[in-house]
Design a protein around this ligand. Structure first.
Ligand code: BES
Ligand code: MN
Ligand code: ZN
Length: 488
């Protein structure tokens, strides 16, 4: 989809050729004497266009408007949250009809302090509502929306936010598309190819390790998960360099289980297809790098993706097997379905070599986190207050929410075993926390945070599909770390 930003007041925006015009109406309706402005004021006064964000009124072949279809939608207080609500509602109302060209007009100029956030929210919400998966279903439902003009009386103060919004959208859509791919179209090797493709962008480099290199590194936990699969594992190392060599990087670690059957501790058949989404953490790392390449912040970022399938097989790891992780700690694998933490722990040890400023892992790690937080907020765990706060704030700003959960040492009691340094599962209770406690054992050397995205990375049911979360949170956090400065 192609976005264009233009300085146009409402009467000018109404004359743009398009299939539909969406007008965002704030708390104060437009004051102009043009036909549309007068109509909007009447609609507000009569109560037919409630001021609540997302309330809308549809018009057809309205005088003074080029587009056949018009949606007037209230954007509440004009905050990014309410703009997003309004845009989502308007696109929902327009769905079904043929829609190639759209004009989205802010009826009045947003406040100086909210204009950037409002425009960014509009771009992200528009893209989100009109994304269509294409990899294995290219023609049937291909996206109809081709061009969107974002119009506001004075576009100048929104220019940067508009560009960043577009970069963010590209990242979110890359994450969605890869997470949505079925496992036979997103093998560990194909995921590595996608990462290699990103290295064509400026400032990005990519290195891919295979089974031999990973064995040499001593990643016994990662290897144990991969050994039941005919697909060879890949360990992907992405680097974005926007700052000097000496600046410590932020390391993102994405769980890249391209399919999780559970292994020998096999999962029930119902909805097992959804375990193709078990590489959503990895997809969010790819998406974040895509966005970084276009936003160009002055910061260094490393992306690590341990990618493999978790399969049952004659060679598969068995419950009770003990393996040695790269850290040297031995692990008793009591349940082969708790595989995410096994691939992550070796990646977390590998992260040490970058002497990172912070390490954030992103993983569809536990069903327990879905039970705890549902699909609104992902779980946030951290050993570092400043990091936790920054991530929580980034989530709030980007409307990609997280919620902090505890890491008390008592939660680790259940991980004790007579046969190794640690077991890979504890009891049934507090499963999201015990998984985090397992990971924490491998993170002593740097500030660390863990995002359990099991509940938010995809939607089930009729709207089944990846959400692209938490790319927006990660990008917002990283831009904050760059202190608003940008590489040339
Ligand atoms: N990928 C799953 C987590 C998951 C489950 C995400 C359901 C979304 C929906 C993970 O590998 C897993 O299987 N975790 C187990 C851990 C258990 C065996 C301790 C779980 O949550 O059931
Ligand atoms: Mn599993
Ligand atoms: Zn899994």
């Amino acid at each position: 989809m192609n976005f264009v930003l233009k300085s146009l007041d409402l009467s000018q925006a109404a004359l743009q050729k398009a299939d539909a015009l969406v007008v965002l109406v704030g708390e104060n309706p437009p004051a102009g004497q043009d036909e549309l402005s007068v109509l909007i004021r009447h609609a507000r006064q009569s109560g037919d266009l409630d001021a609540k964000a997302g309330k809308l009124l549809q018009l057809y072949r309205q005088g003074g408007v080029s587009a056949r279809r018009v949606v007037l939608v209230s954007s509440g207080d004009g905050s990014s949250r309410q703009v997003r609500q309004a845009v989502t509602a308007a696109v929902g109302a327009l769905k079904g009809g043929k829609l190639k060209n759209l004009v989205l007009s802010f009826a009045t100029q947003p406040n100086a302090d909210s204009v950037s956030a409002a425009v960014r929210a509009a771009v992200v919400a528009l893209a989100d509502a009109s994304y269509v998966y294409t990899t294995t279903k290219p023609k049937a439902d291909a996206r109809t929306l081709e061009q969107v003009v974002i119009a506001l009386p004075n576009a100048k103060p929104a220019k940067i936010a508009f560009a960043w919004g577009q970069a963010l959208v590209q990242g979110i859509e890359l994450a969605k598309e890869w997470a949505n791919r079925p496992a036979n179209h997103a093998t560990p090797s194909q995921l590595a190819d996608a990462a290699q493709a990103l290295a064509k962008l400026p400032r990005i480099k990519c290195e891919v390790l295979g089974p031999k290199e990973v064995a040499k590194l001593g990643m016994g936990a990662f290897i144990a998960v991969a050994q039941g699969s005919a697909q060879p594992l890949r360990f992907i190392v992405l680097k974005y360099q926007g700052a000097g060599q000496k600046q410590a990087p932020v390391v993102l670690v994405g769980k890249g289980i391209t399919f999780d059957t559970g292994g020998i501790s096999i999962k029930p058949a119902g909805e097992m297809d959804e375990m193709k989404f078990d590489m959503s953490g990895a997809a969010s790392v790819l998406g974040t790098f895509q966005a970084l390449a276009h936003i160009k912040p002055k910061i260094n970022v490393v992306g690590l993706i341990p990618a493999c399938e978790n399969m049952p097989d004659g060679l598969a790891v068995k419950p009770g097997d003990v393996v040695t992780s790269m850290s040297g700690q031995t692990i008793e694998i009591l349940n082969t379905d708790a595989e995410g933490r096994l691939v992550l722990c070796d990646a977390l040890t590998y992260a040490e070599r970058f002497e990172p400023a912070a390490v954030i892992d992103i993983a569809t790690l536990t069903g327990a986190c879905v039970v705890a937080l549902g699909n609104v907020r992902c779980g946030l765990f951290s050993t570092n207050e400043a990091l936790a706060e920054a991530l929580q704030k980034a989530g709030d700003t980007a409307h990609d929410l997280c919620w902090r959960l505890p890491l008390d040492d008592d939660y680790a009691d259940g991980l004790k075993t007579n046969f190794a340094d640690v077991a890979n599962i504890a009891g049934r209770m507090g499963g999201a926390v015990t998984a985090a406690k397992f990971l924490q054992r491998f993170t002593a050397k740097y500030p660390w945070a863990h995002l359990d995205i099991a509940g938010v990375a995809w939607k089930g049911g009729a709207a089944k599909g990846a959400t692209g979360r938490p790319v927006a949170l990660l990008v917002d956090y990283l831009l904050g770390q760059a202190e608003g400065s940008h590489a040339a």
